[in-house]
Design a protein around this ligand. Structure first.
Ligand code: SME
Length: 152
C-alpha cells in the first residue's frame, strides 16, 4: 500500500471507538510496520504530565529498554523540545542519539500536537540507510494530526 492508500486505513483504525486509544495506536503501528517495508520499528512516546520526560507508548518491533527518555536526550528527547520533525538519514552521524538496536540505520520522529501543544510523537526506525523523504514527513504529519483528533 502507498501513502494515499494507507490514509483511509489510518482513519478507519482511529474511528474504532469500541477500542481503547492504546489499542488503536498499536493497530496504527502494526499497519505502518507491515505496509511500509523500510519502517522496521514503529512506536509512540508521550510526554509525562509531571516531569520533562517521554514515556514509551504502544510500539511494534524489537523490545526496547528506552521506556523513559528525558527531554533533550536522543532524537526523541530533542523533538520534545524543538517541536519539529527530525529526520536522521544516518544514525551513526548523530552525537545525541540513543541506540536501541545495531540494525537501525535511520530514524524519523514527528511530533503530535493537541491544541498547539507537543504532547508526544511517532518514532520510526529503519534498517535501511537514508530511506525517508518529504513524502514520509507529510504522511506522518497526517497520521499525527488524525491521532490528535482522538486525543483532544
Ligand atoms: N533512537 C531514539 C530512542 C528511541 S528508539 O529508537 C525506540 C532516540 O535517539 O531518541
Amino acid at each position: 500500500m502507498n501513502f494515499e492508500q494507507l490514509k483511509p486505513q489510518v482513519k478507519l483504525i482511529l474511528a474504532k471507538t469500541n477500542k481503547t486509544v492504546d489499542e488503536r495506536l498499536l493497530s496504527i503501528c502494526e499497519l505502518l510496520e507491515s505496509q511500509i517495508k523500510y519502517y522496521n520499528w514503529v512506536g509512540f512516546y508521550f510526554r509525562n504530565e509531571n516531569k520533562d520526560e517521554l514515556l514509551l507508548g504502544p510500539y511494534i518491533g524489537k523490545q526496547t529498554d528506552h521506556t523513559v527518555i528525558p527531554f533533550g536526550k536522543g532524537i526523541c528527547g530533542q523533538v520534545a523540545v524543538s517541536n519539529e520533525n527530525f529526520v536522521v538519514p544516518d544514525v551513526a552521524a548523530q552525537d545525541n542519539y540513543i541506540a536501541c538496536s545495531i540494525d537501525v540505520k535511520a530514524e524519523i520522529v514527528v511530533p503530535i500536537f493537541v491544541n498547539g501543544e507537543n504532547i508526544g510523537q511517532i518514532d520510526i526506525d529503519s534498517n535501511t540507510p537514508d530511506p525517508f523523504t518529504e513524502a514520509d514527513e507529510r504522511f506522518l504529519e497526517f497520521v499525527c494530526a488524525e491521532i490528535a483528533g482522538i486525543l483532544s
